[in-house]
Design a protein around this ligand. Structure first.
Ligand SMILES: [Zn+2]
Length: 239
């Protein structure tokens, strides 16, 4: 029995490694997905910014057109000044010119504000575009590295599983079945050590007589609390 227990303990060591490696296999696609998402978010942010810039440019062109029309209007009024016959008409024209000029000043001011906003957004746009380029390159490298790692881990896992199965193949059918059930139901830990009368799987106290028996490794003893298989190792006790 002692040999069998030792064998199943070896299988446990391998399964612990397998589980750790499989965690990485699960996390890699998630990491890749997160990177892809970050790129997508950056892209949509840039696109939105471009839309706002285009919108503001359109508004600026509209205002400039308005300004041109109003400037023409003023010129027309000014040329009319020489044609009017009465002072009343003259005063009325002057008033029109004055009003048009006030409107133009306001339009010019609006255009300036728009240009400043556009300038600012363009800077931000450039900054985001550069960031996108940098991140895309960086992520591409990270992704390639991850995929290579996954490939290696995949190979390792296959090798470890083979080794584990070799160990399990020399264990009795019943013990193997118990082991597999526990691996499944006890978060990947089926075989545990004991220390100072405590199960190192669930950290519950073990009855003293059972503890003594378990440290002998002569028979299959399961923890009364978590049902895991005990395999005692001296060095653990000495620590
Ligand atoms: Zn336990």
């Amino acid at each position: 029995m002692e040999h069998e227990l030792k064998t199943i303990y070896e299988a446990q060591q391998l399964d612990t490694q397998i589980i750790e490696k499989e965690k990485k296999l699960v996390s890699a696609p998630k990491m890749i997905e997160a990177m892809d998402q970050e790129i997508e978010e950056l892209k949509s942010k840039i696109l939105k910014e471009k839309e706002i810039i285009d919108e503001l440019e359109k508004e600026r062109r509209k205002k400039e057109k308005e300004l041109d029309i109003d400037k023409e209007k003023i010129k027309k009024y000014e040329s009319k000044l020489y044609e009017v016959k009465t002072n009343k008409e003259y005063q009325a024209l002057l008033k029109e010119i004055e009003t048009a000029k006030v409107t133009n000043d306001k339009t010019e001011e609006d255009i300036l504000i728009l240009m400043e906003k556009i300038e600012e957004l363009k800077k931000d746009f450039e900054h985001l575009s550069a960031q996108l380029k940098k991140s895309a390159k960086e992520f591409e490298q990270k992704k390639n590295k991850l995929l290579k790692e996954v490939e290696t881990i995949d190979k390792d896992v296959r090798k470890l599983k083979e080794e584990r199965d070799n160990f399990l193949s020399i264990v009795s059918k019943n013990l193997k079945a118990t082991y597999r059930t526990l691996i499944e139901k006890r978060a990947g830990t089926a075989v545990v050590n004991l220390k100072n009368g405590v199960c190192l799987g669930c950290f519950m106290n073990i009855p003293p007589q059972l503890f003594i028996e378990a440290t002998k490794n002569r028979q299959l003893i399961l923890c009364p609390s978590c049902n895991r298989i005990f395999y005692f190792q001296e060095e653990f006790e000495e620590q």
